[in-house]
Write a protein that binds this ligand. Structure first.
Ligand SMILES: Nc1ncnc2c1ncn2[C@@H]1O[C@H](COP(=O)(O)OP(=O)(O)OP(=O)(O)O)[C@@H](O)[C@H]1O
Ligand SMILES: [Mg+2]
Length: 224
């Protein structure tokens, strides 16, 4: 079944927001989408409702109960740090093999479009020797790359996209998710990114989205 690996130029860029919007759109269209967050840091059992897994579950119309959280996000770390650092604080180490197997199992179970949300950005460390890029490559699903429109976002986006290309990953679409810091226009950012990056469609997502914007992101992915 169709799966996309959702990564981006960094943490807090809007990966979960984009996933949630697409999942809602696809459900409204009668598709049966699913989501998977192989590893999450900053996860507090006492505040599970505020987590990425809970946001993904809500978008799927599912409760954030312990069984659902375990199914959608099997590797949860407490510290709000990169995965390598958060795992080390618990005396753990997330290996590429274990994360890859978890993603493959989620893919095997999906019977509609699946969104696999990474953690942090493309080159965020998984452990002492591997990064999210290694997981993207191992899973092999085409990438939905999320970036922003803040000043500096173009360089961050192009750097991340160059890393993906160098790593042999296929990018299916790029979403420029409008940043809160509004010194650079969304449309200007999209236009500039398109001039510098022609390997995949680039869609614009304004703050709070819009029906049409969500449809264009979905179309950029080829999910009609
Ligand atoms: N287009 C948008 N309109 C309104 N709010 C947004 C938008 N994009 C992101 N946000 C908000 O910004 C915050 C950060 O976004 P989000 O959690 O999706 O980032 P992320 O890339 O998934 O971060 P992480 O690396 O922690 O997984 C969230 O509170 C989210 O709801
Ligand atoms: Mg997230």
């Amino acid at each position: 079944m169709t799966a996309f690996f959702v990564t981006g130029s960094g943490t807090d860029i809007g990966k979960t927001y984009v996933c949630a919007g697409l999942l809602r759109l696809w459900r409204a269209r009668g598709l049966s989408p699913s989501a998977f967050k192989p590893a999450v840091s900053g996860f507090d059992d006492d505040a599970a409702a505020d987590s990425d897994p809970a946001a993904l579950l809500a978008a799927l119309g599912l409760p954030a109960d312990p069984a659902s959280i375990e199914a959608i996000a099997p590797f949860r770390l407490r510290a709000p740090l990169s995965l390598d650092q958060a795992a080390a604080m618990e005396g753990r180490c997330l290996t590429l093999d274990v994360l890859t197997q978890a993603c493959r199992a989620a893919r095997a179970k999906a019977y509609g479009p699946l969104l696999i949300e990474g953690a942090g950005g493309v080159m965020s460390p998984l452990n002492d020797s591997e990064t999210m890029l290694d997981l993207v490559r191992q899973v092999g699903a085409p990438v939905l790359f999320v970036t922003g429109s803040y000043l500096g976002a173009l360089s961050h986006a192009l750097t991340g996209l160059a890393s993906l290309a160098a790593g042999g990953a296929t990018v299916q679409a790029v979403v420029v998710n409008e940043s809160v810091e509004g010194s650079v226009g969304l449309e200007e950012t999209v236009a500039s990114l398109r001039r510098h990056y022609a390997a995949a469609p680039v869609a614009a997502l304004p703050r709070e989205g819009s029906e049409q914007a969500w449809r264009s992101v979905s179309a950029a992915l080829g999910v009609e």
